[in-house]
Design a protein around this ligand. Structure first.
Ligand code: LMR
Length: 336
């Protein structure tokens, strides 16, 4: 009787399944900045810790630099479950119908990073994260980038220097109002589009942190930059709620632990990464820096003060009142 050779050969060449181990749970984390930035490095640290703490039960896949979704599409993708985790800037929640995050865009609101943490770590931060739940999104952490500088094709010393200047902004009505109060013409576009728009002249200036200006090569086409620290850039780390709630409880706990540590790490390196980026931009020699003098700063603060009154309703009266009183600022906003 002939023997069935083929089934034996097939059995010998097939990989042996590991019956004791389930496939890992995939967690896609998409963001729009380069890896060597506070957010990029924070995401990689989360990946490393999450995989270690869950002993490989979760496979975190980080997609930097808008390679999976750009900032125009990422929130919708999160709601649809096409990606599980994001860290959009606080300036990008308006299109979701939640304007209140734009509070953080108010010009000259924060004296320093500790002031930012008074809001993110208190009732304002909690209320903002809670407001995401009805949209199917769970807010897990706030991450810092830092304070923004202004850049352009001309020097920007006084508000009059902004007259008619087309400026790229994020999709925030508060930032649009800020640019208009300075006399500029705000144009909303994604971070991925910004470098080219500056190069072609569709916009002539922008604002961002040094780490984004460097890693997106924005500085190469911006001969002037003003160290104004006029506004804050930070992020909310968010997940799709249905995905999050369906995770086994112990896995969720491990991910929270990993995220807490990644948050401390990202916030701990943010200032240093921006200082390093500023030094590298200066070294490249393509951008001339100007530090605002005290009287120039006063002129900016005075020109921007009306933004507080104009955007009260947009941001919500009670939220803005709580925020300003937490920061010991008058109801009309900071004075020159
Ligand atoms: C921008 O669009 O300029 C920033 O929000 C990018 C980012 O995520 O830091």
């Amino acid at each position: 009787m002939s023997r069935p050779i083929l089934p034996i050969l097939v059995a010998l060449t097939l990989p042996v399944p590991d019956l004791g181990r389930a496939d890992p749970i995939i967690l896609r984390f998409s963001h729009v900045v380069a890896e060597d930035t506070p957010k990029g490095l924070g995401a990689l640290r989360f990946e490393e810790l999450a995989e270690a703490y869950t002993d490989g039960a979760v496979d975190v896949q980080v997609f930097p630099n808008s390679t999976l979704y750009d900032d125009r599409h990422e929130l919708e993708a999160l709601q649809l479950g096409s990606v599980e985790m994001l860290a959009p800037s606080l300036a990008k929640f308006g299109p979701l119908g939640i304007n209140q995050f734009e509070l953080f865009d108010l010009p000259f609101l924060f004296a320093d990073i500790d002031a930012v943490h008074k809001l993110t770590g208190g009732p304002v931060g909690l209320a903002l994260m809670d407001s995401l739940e009805p949209r199917g999104i769970t807010g897990l952490a706030f991450w810092d980038n830092g304070f923004k500088i202004m850049s352009a094709t001309r020097p920007l010393r006084l508000p009059a220097d902004f007259e008619g200047l087309p400026m790229r902004i994020q999709s925030s009505r508060v930032i649009a109002a800020q640019m208009e109060a300075l006399g500029a013409v705000p144009r909303v576009m994604t971070l991925a589009e910004t470098r080219e728009a500056l190069e072609t002249g569709w916009v002539e200036g922008t604002e961002n942190t040094p780490s984004n200006m460097l890693s997106q090569n924005i500085y190469e086409v911006q001969p002037y930059a003003t160290l104004s620290s006029h506004g804050y850039l930070g992020y909310a780390v968010i997940v799709n709620s249905a995905y999050w709630e369906a995770l086994p409880g112990n896995v969720r706990q491990d991910l929270v632990r990993a995220l807490d540590e990644a948050t401390d790490y990202a916030n701990g390196i943010a200032a240093e990464k921006n200082a390093e980026a500023l030094a590298l931009i200066a070294e490249a020699g393509k951008t001339e820096f100007h530090e605002l003098t005290a009287s120039e700063r006063e002129a900016w603060v005075a020109a921007l003060r009306p933004v507080y009154a104009d955007l009260r309703e947009w941001l919500g009266e009670s939220l803005i009142d709580v925020a300003l009183s937490t920061l010991n600022l008058p109801p009309e906003g900071p004075s020159p």
